[in-house]
Design a protein around this ligand. Structure first.
Ligand SMILES: NC(=O)C1=CN([C@@H]2O[C@H](COP(=O)(O)OP(=O)(O)OC[C@H]3O[C@@H](n4cnc5c(N)ncnc54)[C@H](O)[C@@H]3O)[C@@H](O)[C@H]2O)C=CC1
Ligand SMILES: [Mg+2]
Length: 341
């Protein structure tokens, strides 16, 4: 048996014999859902739906934490009918994944329905994405961010930039097509590098004037067109703090939904010397930090309160940000080096 609700429709790719790995089966089913409108339309009838209202995700308070719950297809249909909406509105959904048991998962924006009534019916609240990202369990935030990013992309790509005519999404929402000239638009992410620069036993953290008071983080910047990631690291470090990068080491990556979808590529870099020349147009302040100072900054789980002198202690981005991961990684490496000395 392949998957619930799609047995009658022949999948495009899943006919390969001996797909033993469940991960591979899962990936192939997702491919079918993305590419085949009939399979995806069928899956809409049995899938689950994460709901948004004007791009704010729906969260439910579950006592000591918040969840990002999904509604079933039948529940969504009932809501649409009760709110006097056409049931074809379900096709405004975008595919965001499928469960281990191959039940398709969609996201839908119910911004045209009355918000407070929906919140009462679903027993929760539509919450601004930034606030929601801090309230939700860490493991649930990537799905919520991905869903919002895809819905936002569709909302802002309704017209062809060449012909000015409306574009039409395929059922899964993996693309939009301009039928006037056949142009296909795919959801976009902007590549951004984030680099934790270090020199001997200290690392460099910086802040922009738009950051919350006291928050320092690693250097970041969008890739210019035609640049490699390594070139972006070198340019951004030179541009922002006037240092020349000596070596670069890849660490990890992350989808970041604020303010538009970015693919954050996180690296460690070392520099030849430590004299800073800060570019005031981009950076408000940048400083070298010792291991002890970074450990102190990492102690704050949320925005620290003001001290008696009115200043806010130095803190670093929360765990949802890949910057936090980079800084933690550096701390661990420093501690390991101390042990081996
Ligand atoms: N997840 C994380 O840990 C972190 C994420 N970030 C994200 O990284 C991104 C880049 O941060 P910045 O250092 O401010 O970048 P940046 O140093 O490149 O400066 C931003 C400027 O770059 C220009 N720019 C070039 N391409 C752009 C594009 N595709 N979209 C928007 N602006 C573009 C604009 O003039 C913009 O004002 C931001 O979206 C920020 O939210 C930043 C730090 C930590
Ligand atoms: Mg920057």
């Amino acid at each position: 048996m392949f998957c619930v609700g799609v047995a009658m429709i022949r999948p495009v790719t899943s006919t390969c014999a001996r797909l033993s790995s469940s991960y591979v089966k899962h990936a192939r089913y997702l491919f079918d859902l993305k590419e085949n409108d009939d399979i995806c339309r069928q899956a809409l009838k049995s899938g689950s739906f994460y709901v948004f209202h004007n791009l704010s995700p729906f969260l439910r308070n579950t006592g000591n934490s918040y969840s990002f719950p999904a509604v079933s297809a039948s529940e969504l249909l009932r809501i649409l009918i009760e709110h006097k909406m056409n049931e074809r509105m379900m096709e405004k959904s975008v595919l965001i994944g499928c469960s281990d048991s191959c039940a398709a998962e969609f996201a839908i924006d119910l911004g045209s329905l009355e918000r407070s009534r929906l919140e009462r019916e679903l027993c929760g609240k539509f919450t601004d994405l930034r606030k929601a990202a801090l309230q939700l369990r860490l493991k649930d935030t990537p799905l919520m961010s991905q869903a919002q990013a895809l819905l936002r992309w569709h909302e802002s790509h309704q017209y062809c930039s060449k012909t000015g005519k409306p574009t039409q999404k395929n059922i899964s929402g993996s693309k939009r097509v301009c039928h006037a000239n056949g142009l296909i638009y795919y959801p976009q992410m902007s590549p951004v590098i984030i680099t934790l620069v270090s020199h001997r036993k200290r690392c460099l953290l910086a802040r922009q004037d738009s950051y919350p008071a006291g928050m320092y983080t690693a250097l970041s910047g969008f890739c210019d067109i035609g640049e490699t990631l390594e070139e972006t690291v070198r340019r951004e470090v030179a541009e922002e703090v006037g240092l020349e990068v000596e070596s670069i080491r890849y660490s990890a990556s992350q989808h970041w939904p604020f303010p538009n979808s970015s693919l954050m590529v996180a690296c460690h870099a070392t520099v030849r010397q430590d004299e800073l020349c800060i570019n005031a147009a981009e950076i408000e302040s940048a400083k070298w930090f010792s291991l002890e100072e970074v450990e102190e900054a990492l102690k704050w789980q949320k925005v620290p309160p003001k001290q008696e002198d009115g200043t806010v202690p130095i803190w670093v981005p929360p765990k949802i940000a890949i910057a936090h991961h980079l800084i933690q990684e550096w701390v661990q490496e420093q501690r390991a080096q101390l042990k081996h000395r």
